[in-house]
Design a protein. Sequence first.
Length: 455
Amino acid sequence: MTRGLPDLLAGWITGQRWFAGKGHAVDALAIDSLTELHGGDPALLHLIVSVRQADRRTRYQLPIGLRAELPGRLRHALIGACTWRGRQRYAYDAVHDHVLTGRLLAGMADELTVGALRFHRVPGAEIDPTLRGSVLTAEQSNTSLVFGEAYICKLFRQLTPGVSPELEIVMGLAAAGSAHIARPYGWIEGDVGGEPTTLAIMQEYLAGAAEGWTMALASVRDLYASPPGLSAADAGGDFAPEAFRLGGATAEVHDRLAEVFPTGSMSPREIKALIDRLHRKLEQAVGAVPRLALYAGVAAGAFDRLAGITHGMPVQRVHGDYHLGQVLRTPADWVVLDFEGEPGQPLAERRALDSPMRDVAGMLRSFDYAARHLLVGHPHADALEGRAREWSERNRAAFLEGYAAAGGPLTGDDMVMLRALEMSKAVYEVVYEARNRPDWLPIPLAAFTPGRDAP
Ligand SMILES: Nc1ncnc2c1ncn2[C@@H]1O[C@H](COP(=O)(O)OP(=O)(O)O)[C@@H](O)[C@H]1O
Ligand SMILES: O=P(O)(O)O[C@H]1O[C@H](CO)[C@@H](O[C@H]2O[C@H](CO)[C@@H](O)[C@H](O)[C@H]2O)[C@H](O)[C@H]1O
């Protein structure tokens, strides 16, 4: 059997970008399920493992390759040597081996069931099983494989039992003919904790598209390099027209989501519960990042102002983790990716109806990130601070204008909700950056400026 494999994996998993428990020791790693997707040499094992860290248990999906000899092209993916069925094998991260990832594509094309894994093809979609897969090199919470510039297949790393909100939403929006999503082709499902669970989703790969984050950064760079005194509007590469258009696309996506999925209203009692929840999350975040205590009053004030909303607020399905890295600009329009909600949150919370301001808040935060991230470690950061603020405010305003122009609601109550949710997102980001990119911590901390109201 897999003697030694759990130990090998426990040593390796903590170093992976997608590992969510950074900063805490791994007490134990157990293999919950093992499916042999391809026998022989190379072999492909599909593992679901549980990682125990103090009182928390997190499940991860690991496609593992096994070979008697490891070719040079796979050295970087090596996990270690182990014994498999009495033979010495090199275990490695199989996502880097196109010979093995082809099995996933073929599984979806042929709608196979292999052991506990069920491969699905979207009705009417044609999948070419011969395309070669390669790993997308992006800063990601998951791992995506691009097959021949035609499809992109996202393998969820951290697993939460249940159908992924992303699959649900992409299928719903595709059926409704939304122009703002990448067409779905297939998905992989397995049982986790006794529940059918989405393990991977494959969509159309938008080969020529530019990421919103990259476009925004190019614009910020242009502004920083322009002569002093030139405004963001006059410097080359102004992003505001794109921010306006993105606001419009966001309102259209919200509109479609409200059409396809249930909607509701958040009562004043539920708003009170939301205020309590936001305060609780703030306290937890201060526990995790004590420096946040200095800024917590600004966030708490914004949360408390929600009590002034006396008529309730409309709620619906939303994106949940909306930022510039989740939108792609194709020649035609903006396309929205990754409807997963905040990674690591319980599934019920990620699927719950919420204020569409949650997404508007996420994107406003992202404009601030884009403006400020080049200042991290910059020798002239203080001198550029004013320009960062100008860029951020200009693009935040343009986004809101585009949102409102396309029918997105932005009443007084919406703005109060927006401010509270923006503060809540910044609190989340403080914890996220402390764990993943400590150098970036000043970016979300700068959000807690007293009296700063959206935009
Ligand atoms: N359909 C697509 N076409 C082209 N690139 C894509 C597509 N979907 C995702 N990407 C690229 O992959 C990156 C990560 O995708 P995402 O769904 O956000 O993964 P994660 O949930 O792991 O963050 C995106 O930022 C984008 O650059
Ligand atoms: O991996 P996901 O895309 O689902 O989201 C997580 O990682 C994001 C970072 O890649 C993080 O976003 C934060 O950084 C972005 C720039 O890299 C910035 O545009 C976002 O505004 C900021 O929140 C996201 O919060 C996290 O959930």
